[in-house]
Design a protein around this ligand. Structure first.
Ligand code: FES
Ligand code: FES
Length: 173
């Protein structure tokens, strides 16, 4: 479907968490506004609105993006994952479970963005070093945990990935 003009507005098509939406937007609308105000996906948080805190992080085509800095029109024909799209029928993802187990969620405000950032990191690099984890989450501000619990939660999933890898190795021998 092509972009359609309606005066100063346009209809875009976006796929959010596996569902296609045709949404009437204004040129200046951000992806964050569309997700929260039009699709009512309020798991994506609106904090600084200036690209400073990472609370609005979503995945666009699998990569972390600050939804407050992305115009909705740029998301036309793109696939978006919000925190609401992670847990499936089988329950929470390993990262979500690990955040809970390690006390990496306190007030929870940073958690959707932090978890999506960690999800993208571990998909791209299932065995990140502590330094690579720190680097990946450096744009996501957490005012509660002091970051250690978050890093430990991500490391625990990484360690399980590595155990799975060595199990596969043993199986191959
Ligand atoms: S709300 Fe987008 S970076 Fe803070
Ligand atoms: S858990 Fe409160 S800001 Fe991170």
């Amino acid at each position: 479907m092509s972009l359609k003009d309606k005066n100063d507005k346009k209809i875009i098509r976006i796929n959010v968490n596996g569902i296609d939406y045709d949404v009437l937007i204004r040129h200046r609308d951000t992806l964050l506004e569309v997700l929260r105000e039009k699709l009512l996906l309020t798991g994506t948080k609106d904090a600084c609105g200036q690209g400073e805190c990472g609370a609005c992080t979503v995945l666009v085509e699998g990569r972390p993006v600050l939804a407050c800095l992305m115009l909705a029109i740029e998301a036309h024909n793109k696939s978006i994952t919000t925190i609401e799209g992670l847990a499936k029928d089988r329950g929470l993802t390993p990262i979500q479970e690990s955040f809970i187990e390690h006390g990496a969620i306190q007030c929870g405000f940073c958690s959707p963005g932090m978890i999506l950032t960690a999800t993208a990191l571990l998909r791209e690099n299932p065995r990140p070093s502590r330094r690579q984890i720190q680097k990946a989450i450096e744009g996501n501000i957490c005012r509660c945990t002091g970051y250690n619990k978050i890093i430990e939660a991500i490391e625990a999933v990484r360690d399980k990935n590595m155990q799975g890898d060595s199990g596969d190795d043993r199986h191959d021998r």
